[in-house]
Design a protein around this ligand. Structure first.
Ligand code: FES
Ligand SMILES: [Fe+2]
Length: 356
């Protein structure tokens, strides 16, 4: 249910949690036998890995008497065991053993979520009504090519903003100059949507100490939780951007980067890659105070040269299986959040749009 303020107005956004594939952890963080608690989708869940390597996501609470699997539970073969009375369940949530009974309980079923593991991340399919996955997550070649791409670098953030506002940042070309102080605004070549997918192609000029370098930013989304962004020009960097809703208005954002190797010199690869990761990390920190304190406007006043907000919002609308509130034009956050301004690297190489 949406949060309302004292006057009964819905807070921050009109949207429920979208359905789709969402990252729940990095593969490397989940070893066989591990059970990790999760708070995604306004639910209590666990992600666990069986002894044959399969990853599973299910509700956190045992259907017997409600113990939380992640606090004392254990993995046996391909089953998870509850810490309270030792009942075991398979990856589909079926009861496979009651240690003090000859029988199992067919009604005792744990809700489990479809899982896919690829590109070094584990994703779960969330749908509020339990509908089956409606699209797939692709293999991203760069994250499966250790010969030509560096080991990944990762970043993660928890941001008090709805998924849609974080995603809308990608089509908002004008903000790069004012929030990120980039000298050149990306020039949109095309923006297409096709079912759950979006495809954005843009040209980006990168200011460097040695002059302007022509580059590209090409972004592909596969539903609300998974996108691949390819930056080329200075160095070929690929980023998987994954937003996982904790609640309607709070997201866990994860980035996984890899950089095309420039040669065998690991030090050079990591310096170039690090500069890029730091730049994106800086951009998130610059965006966060805007995201956390902004209102959602149902009818924004746009400039003719603004990015493709309308097609973006039309695309985003398909992921809401529950009602979207349409009673307000403005959805205001419940509270303001303080932030600390940071001095930025690109500011050094760019032009401050607020100068003179
Ligand atoms: S609560 Fe899980 S086995 Fe009893
Ligand atoms: Fe941004």
């Amino acid at each position: 249910m949406p949060t309302t303020d004292d006057a009964g107005r819905i807070v921050r956004s009109p949207f429920p949690i979208p359905f789709g594939w969402f990252q729940v952890c990095w593969s490397a963080d989940l070893k066989p036998g591990d059970i990790t608690p999760l708070d995604y989708f306004d639910r209590k869940l666990v992600v666990w890995r069986d002894e044959e390597g399969g990853a599973h996501v299910n509700d956190a609470f045992c259907p017997h008497l409600g113990a939380h699997f992640a606090y004392g539970g254990s993995v046996h073969g391909t089953d998870i065991a509850c810490p309270f009375h030792g009942w075991r369940f398979d990856g589909d949530g079926r009861n496979t053993l009651i240690p003090y009974s000859e029988r199992t309980n067919k009604k005792a079923c744990v809700t489990s979520y479809p899982v896919t593991e690829r590109n070094g991340i584990i994703l779960a399919w969330y749908h509020p009504h339990g509908d089956a996955p409606a699209w797939e997550i692709p293999d991203v070649p760069e994250f499966n090519d250790p010969e030509h791409y560096t080991p990944v670098e990762t970043r993660e953030y928890v941001i008090d903003a709805p998924w849609q506002d974080l995603a809308e940042n990608g089509v908002d070309s004008a903000h790069f100059r004012y929030v990120h102080h980039t000298e050149m605004v990306p020039e949109l070549e095309s923006y297409e949507t096709d079912g759950p997918r979006t495809k954005m192609r843009s040209i980006q000029k990168f200011p460097t100490p040695r002059g302007i370098v022509d580059g590209r930013i090409d972004a592909d989304s596969f539903g609300p939780g998974f996108s691949v962004i390819r930056f080329s020009g200075i160095v070929d960097t690929v980023l998987m951007g994954c937003n996982t809703p904790l609640t309607r208005n709070r997201c866990h954002m994860r980035f996984t980067f890899t950089v095309k190797k420039l040669g065998d010199d690991a030090a050079v690869n990591s310096t170039v890659g690090q500069a890029f990761v730091d730049e994106i990390d800086k951009q998130v920190q610059e965006d966060t105070p805007i995201w956390q304190n902004k209102a959602f406007l149902a009818r924004p006043a746009l400039a003719d040269t603004d990015g493709p907000f309308t097609p973006f919002r039309r695309w985003a609308a398909q992921f809401y299986a529950e009602p979207v509130d349409d009673s307000q034009l403005v959805y205001v956050p419940a509270e303001t959040r303080e932030f600390e301004a940071i001095e930025t690297a690109s500011r050094r190489f760019g032009t401050d749009p607020f100068a003179d």
